[in-house]
Design a protein around this ligand. Structure first.
Ligand code: ADE
Length: 253
């Protein structure tokens, strides 16, 4: 798939996208990433990209012309078709595991990173087809949010994770949080790896992992259980948990 990013701060992307899994995904040709500076498409000697809002109120608003010029140039330089233009903004729909998976199926995405008070509304009306927020807080711009969205969706692009089923095991994939993981050493600072994980008994390990996931979800995000895919054994286990456990308060999970 192809991903373009429109930002006033392209350098913010190179460090993160140039390392680890996202770098490998690009080298392997699984994701083609192009980051563009909005300022390059602004007119005039000063290449102005933002101006004060009509009606006053303070702050600055990104002007529409450079953004439209950038999108036109990107479309003209592409193979065919148009990207799905996604604005990062606190007013957008909330990013979830399901939204990340849905975006990963798009052939071409263009992420538009807002700054300051936001973007001129005509950009929303005429260009943007989806608007995403990464949470109910305000960042200084959409750049970090775009990186978060790109990272989360890349995990769903076939071949990006070495293990093709890794994304299916993620927290949230089955509606539950993941349970604990252990590696060597067997005992660390007096804490031992649970016996069952060293038992070699695949079915028992699988059941233990499932119960740990249920336990953690019950403690930390009980509302997720309402939509999770649970069988009879899961429900019985949750009943025993409900009898024994205090709600999570940040210290007892
Ligand atoms: N830009 C500023 N805050 C944001 C948020 N929470 N999500 C996405 N883009 C943003």
């Amino acid at each position: 798939m192809r991903i373009d990013v429109l930002t006033l701060f392209p350098a913010m992307f190179s460090a993160y996208l140039g390392e680890s899994i996202l770098q490998r995904a690009q080298t392997a040709g699984l994701i083609a990433l192009h980051v563009h500076n909005i300022r390059d498409y602004a007119a005039g000697k000063h290449r102005v990209t933002d101006e004060p809002p009509y009606g006053g109120g303070g702050g600055m608003v990104l002007k529409p012309e450079p953004i439209f010029a950038a999108v036109d140039a990107i479309v003209a330089g592409g193979d065919a078709g148009r990207p799905k233009v996604v604005l990062l903004a606190p007013q957008g729909r909330r990013l979830t595991h399901a939204v990340a998976a849905e975006l990963a199926a798009e052939p071409w995405l263009l992420f538009l990173c807002g700054r300051y008070e936001g973007v001129d509304e005509r950009v929303r009306e005429l260009l943007v087809v989806d608007e995403l927020s990464i949470g109910d807080y305000v960042l200084t711009g959409g750049e970090l949010a775009a990186l978060v969205v790109i990272d989360a969706l890349a995990r769903h692009v076939p071949g990006v994770l070495g293990d093709e089923h890794a994304a299916e095991r993620d927290s949230f994939a089955d509606g539950l949080l993941e349970g604990p993981h252990y590696t060597r050493p067997e005992i660390f600072r007096g804490r031992a790896v649970p016996d069952v994980l060293r038992s070699g008994h695949a079915a028992r390990i699988q059941r233990w992992r499932r119960e740990q996931a249920l336990r953690r979800t019950w403690q930390r995000r009980p509302e997720l259980l309402l939509a999770a895919d649970l069988d009879e054994a899961d429900r019985l286990f949750l009943l025993t948990l409900a009898r024994e456990m205090e709600p999570y308060d940040g210290t007892n999970g």
